[in-house]
Design a protein around this ligand. Structure first.
Ligand code: IPD
Ligand code: CA
Ligand code: CA
Ligand code: CA
Length: 258
């Protein structure tokens, strides 16, 4: 299968390959003794495999597309999303799940040109499901995805535990308008759950590498990814973000005014 824009096919095939290879590497090392370090706090962890996967993917990008730039989570690899061709990488999304559960983690890679999302790839590693798309069409492996959001009252929502327990954006109130709330602990897996129709939307405090691929993948289905106040994403640091059906912004603004 190819994306509509032939110009991007080389990059798409490259991205799918490096993400699949990263997933295979993580699976091969699942039983390893991990080197685990704290980043900012005891519950903000990173392992040696986060760094190894990131370094391997960055080396391949630099070798294959030497003029492109990279924005990646570990080791302060930062580039302005609006400046040229930028790959956005989260080598292991859901590091805590990776450490504790050996499940519910993802490898995510996105490709943006002058701030516009062109490719998004999320690998649900333990389920061997590769989600990929170009912002026009999205696939799970070789299956083209179809998605029409159900009404909120017939749906579940995905949240980060932090946002839910602080009631950010009136999430408690919103939780009364839906069937329930789920918090998986991996933005990538939450985006795959939107794509599979398992959750209606996702509310979380996220960094650019957490939402860059997901925002591209859900766009074909009338979904939008915005800051929690409704303003556009700016790919600057960690912010509260929502990914929701575009039509439902009104529901949220009413909820927040309760
Ligand atoms: C984290 C996960 C988590 C989200 C955090 C992210 P990481 O990513 O996606 O679900 O709530 O905000 O930082 O650090 O495991 O790649
Ligand atoms: Ca992290
Ligand atoms: Ca992440
Ligand atoms: Ca990560």
């Amino acid at each position: 299968k190819e994306v509509n824009d032939k110009r991007l096919n080389t990059k798409l095939e490259f991205a799918k390959t490096v993400v699949r290879d990263a997933g295979a590497y993580l699976k091969a090392h699942l039983a390893d003794d991990l080197e685990i370090s704290e980043k900012t706090h005891f519950d903000d962890l990173v392992t040696n495999l986060d760094g190894e996967v990131q370094d391997a993917i960055i080396a391949k990008i630099q070798e294959t597309f030497p003029d492109d730039h990279i924005l990646a989570e570990e080791n302060d690899v930062r580039h302005d999303i609006n400046d040229g061709n930028v790959w956005v990488l989260d080598p292991i999304d859901g590091t805590t799940n990776f450490i504790v559960q050996k499940d519910n983690f993802a490898v995510m890679l996105a490709y943006y040109e002058s701030g516009v999302g062109k490719l998004g790839i999320i690998l649900d590693v333990m389920n061997d499901n590769l989600y990929w798309g170009d912002g026009q069409t999205s696939y799970r492996n070789s299956t083209e995805l179809q998605l029409t959001a159900k009404p909120l009252a017939q749906s579940l929502i995905g949240v980060s535990a932090y946002m839910y327990r602080t009631n950010a954006g009136g999430l408690f109130d919103l939780s009364h308008k839906c069937l329930g709330v789920r918090a998986i602990g991996s933005a990538g897996i939450e985006y795959t759950n939107i794509l599979d129709g398992k959750i209606w939307g996702y509310f979380s405090n996220l960094s650019p590498w957490d939402y860059a691929a997901g925002a591209v993948l859900i766009a074909p289905f009338g979904y939008t990814t915005l800051k929690l106040d409704g303003s556009p994403l700016d790919f600057q640091g960690r912010q509260m973000v929502m990914s929701i059906p575009e039509n439902y912004r009104i529901v949220l603004s009413e909820t927040k005014s309760i």
